[in-house]
Design a protein around this ligand. Sequence first.
Ligand SMILES: C[S@@+](CC[C@H](N)C(=O)[O-])C[C@H]1O[C@@H](n2cnc3c(N)ncnc32)[C@H](O)[C@@H]1O
Length: 378
Amino acid sequence: MIRIFPSLRFTSLLSAAKPLCSVACSSSPVREPPQRASFAEAKSAPASNSLSITPKSPLFLRTPSHATPLSEVWKWHDWAKDLASSVEVSSSNSEYSLDSAILLRELKWLIEDSIVDDQLVIHKREIANDSESVKLRASLEELYDLWRQRIEKRRPFQYVVGCEHWRDLVLCVEEGVLIPRPETELIVDMVEELVTRDDWFKNGVWADLGTGSGAIAIGVAKVLGGRGRVIATDLSPVAIAVAGNNVQRYSLQGMIEVREGSWFEPLKDVEGKLVGLVSNPPYIPSDDIPGLQAEVGRHEPKLALDGGIDGTDSLIQLCHGASRMLKRGGFFAFETNGEKQSKMIVDYMTSDHQNSFSDLKIVSDFAGIGRFVTGFRL
Ligand SMILES: C[S@@+](CC[C@H](N)C(=O)[O-])C[C@H]1O[C@@H](n2cnc3c(N)ncnc32)[C@H](O)[C@@H]1O
């Protein structure tokens, strides 16, 4: 089975197929090959502010400690279905309306993540005995509350369940951290292609700037296959805590170091030493933020979205740093808002850094929109 989330407005218009959470999530993530100790020993603990933040536990990882009569769970399910069905494509509202069909699909996933015997609730109601109890990973009261938050507060489904399926990963997410988007998976695909044909890239140091949940860093570390290493940075202490937690869940502490700070500031020790630099920075023009889909604009962190007047503030900083940070021959890939921004960045790199990069390219996303700028350090 797959999970297909509707795309969110600030990325491309495409949806992506995901593995089902409760299948992939009921056990620990797949273990990686043995790691190199030196990197973990060097500096694996996140710095400063993030240390006091304990990432939330997603529903699927919680202990199913709430035995609840099936009849009560069915009552909740009927109520939740009615609430989902009652929303209608109501308005020309700039924040976009909810879609009952999508909500009903999410409700099924919520049940799969939170109820051990989910089949008794979803499919086998006729044959089940209503005096039975089922084990829930959250109290029924919390499930009522979560579903209300989803519909009435437009809280993104991924924050409700506390995870997102991304590539072959299931990443914990929560408020304060961007929900990784399907198109960003292409950055890891590009890195995979590169390291598969050239070992130089496989054995070197990579950086993922503005790592958020750690999605790209973890994806890159996995395609490096236990050989190179990755430094993941973010300015947000919540992102640092969540990324650190995801790195640990995938047992990648030996390969990924999470560092807190602004862009290149925490990377002084690896100046000129990176073989790869990847980033999905904030790139929404400030004036577009109020018009974003409610789930995004009301709940996702502005720090992850707002790219300044034309959306390129962070991208320009990354361009500046790339020439300083990369080794000769090193690769970079930056995600942008789309065609127009990609062209601006290529133009900028061609005119202001003309002797620094070669093979500058705009790479399209799943929808054929020029989404990424890539190139190599001369
Ligand atoms: C669009 S989000 C991308 C998150 C993640 N890489 C992903 O693709 O899901 C941008 C990230 O950049 C971080 N960020 C914003 N300003 C930053 C800065 N000055 N230095 C480092 N990270 C920053 C945000 O906290 C956020 O996590």
